[in-house]
Design a binder for this molecule. Sequence first.
Ligand code: GLN
Ligand code: ZN
Length: 764
Amino acid sequence: MVTTHNLGFPRIGAKRELKFGLERYWKGESSRDELKALGAQLRARHWDQQKGLDLAPVGDFAFYDQVLDMSFTLGNLPARVQGFHGDKLDNYFRVARGRSAAGAEEHAACCGGVAAGEMTKWFDTNYHYIVPEFTADTQFNLDFSRLSGQLREAQALGVKVKPVIIGPLTYLWLGKAKDDSDKLALLPRLMAVYRALLSHLNAVGVEWVQIDEPILVTELEPAWREAFASAYEGFEVRSVKLLLATYFGQLKENLDLACSLPVDGLHIDAINARDEVARAAQKLPAQSVLSVGAINGRNIWKTDLNAALEWLAPLAQQLGERLWIAPSCSLLHVPVDLASEAKLDAEIRSWLAFALQKLDELQVLAAALNGRRDQVADALAANAAAIAARRNSPRVNNPAVKAAIARIDAALGKRQHAYAERAPKQSAILNLPAYPTTTIGSFPQTADIRHARSEHKAGRLDDAGYQVAMRREIERSVREQEALGLDVLVHGEAERNDMVEYFGEQLNGYAFSQFGWVQSYGSRCVKPPILFGDISRPQAMTVAWITYAQSLTNKPMKGMLTGPVTILNWSFVRDDQPRSVSCYQLALAIREEVLDLEKAGVRVIQIDEAALREGLPLRRAQWGEYLRWAVESFRIAANGVQDETQIHTHMCYSEFNDIIASIADMDADVITIETSRSDMELLDAFDNFRYPNEIGPGVYDIHSPNIPTQEHIVALMQKAAERVPAGRLWVNPDCGLKTRQWAEVIPALTNMVAAAKVLRSQAQ
Ligand code: GLN
Ligand code: ZN
């Protein structure tokens, strides 16, 4: 008999109950007990929904983040929140967000305001965790209360429990040594706490523990590989069984290591590492469990169950009881329930599976593998029909798009001439001063804008009325920018709710869910659009708005588009073709839009690639391949224009050092980037690499309500001018202004424009 289990369940709730509960609590609209009760209620519901499994995860629920939970379990709290007098949950929120609920800050006087923990991406997902903080002196101290509480709840409900913890090496690797000390030196101290944790788990009747070590799918330095062996030997004497869980990639050179560690089972992500399953089955010790992640935990497509059975059945024969099956990783990365999607096109819905449907699929696989194939014959036949329908659907396959992809050649991504020849032609037309000023695209999304959008969506405001409302907002943005004296204007993006959704909604090949929310961090969720078919653009998407905006002013108006790589990286993507092909398709669609804008007389076109860096593979060895097609996609989208048309791109991060050459290869005339928060330190990349075109290093941190002073901006730009020739510098904010208020934006941009004038006068 194969065993079924799950690595983790989405905790936000099918209707985002946790999000709303958290936000109510933080605003002081509900009590701590109410929030805790909501947590218990969600856990109970989620275990109930997993009751068909042989083992269900416990400890995967987190009020904010599972890594932060682990920091509390290990007693690793930053010094600045130690000695907090209030409730532990409030202290937890203080680390997560710098503050807790309004009503819980009665200790503010004695415990002060604190800096929030740093947040960063969880491997190559769009989930963000709170980075553990270490120093050479960090001491650990087991706090078993969270896990023991959740185990008690689960056991009372009759759940067959499998607690989930982050393994010691991954925990250290995810953290940051604030004093630059060697994190690995903490391992002996940390192991003592892990050993205590395991014996506590044993004492409360736990048999299996899932210990997550996803760093095994990355390229590890020798010291880390050696640390694995020594750390896990430290677990040798124990009474609970350990399932070592890896996911998000192939183990490659770490496969032998993973198979040789003294644990009782190994989980492999068979979506990414199918080819390693058989090898692991061979290498694992004779009594070890092999858990196979046969269902994609990162995507929303139905599994081809018949195909999966074809390779799982022989494995079940070979391994017998030792075979476990599960989703490839925690289901945290997919929405909860497809059943809520009443408005989704029925055909497309029939191709999809969210978390609950994925667990159903697991049951079907288990039944078939456990000799009950006839009981699931209908389910298997229905699955086969859905898979075939999707494969053959004319909505998925568009021969014209496939032909266009086949015609792509190197010439498509090339500008007419090199930057040095284009630049004078552009400046002859644009006639810009030195240190030209511009913004990144969006202006504040006011209550009026949001109201008009929701009324339009609900059908209470007709298209004409909506257009009037949006034109009013565009006009307001243009007038404000003219009054401010900016040089290159934007229309303000009032009509866009989201920079990816806006384009997805107008392209063929995209679908949108109503409740397909996925946690991004804390209470923040995103609803990635679903890229299901060959991409085509039935009509222009932005031209009418931009030409309207241009008609209001004599200053150059920037056309504003989202780039193909960013659209791809923020969507659920197809699993039936490589990401690169989907990206090229998006590139061709955006290219058509670029050319239409140019034809309409738009002289400056910005193509945002905010998510280019996010797509980098976990293994550095694979970066080159990704960057090759990502950069080529951008070039295809952007570079069909005349020399005279100025192409901008924007990226809102600036860890550029390792990809700067690829960014230069994109060959945009101007790139605007985030730099203000680091005082231009991020321009270090430009010390060793001469970026050949123009750069706008952000001088206004749009994440903060602070208004930068004119002097501060001048000083930042002077620093920038040490690295980039002044003649190629632009003056602009770090990113779009949609989350700010006009009352903040106007003084900030006033200072920015004044700073540019100072810089110009100094340059003379
Ligand atoms: N043009 C977009 C805006 O200004 C860019 C957003 C982003 O880079 N995330 O809102
Ligand atoms: Zn940005």
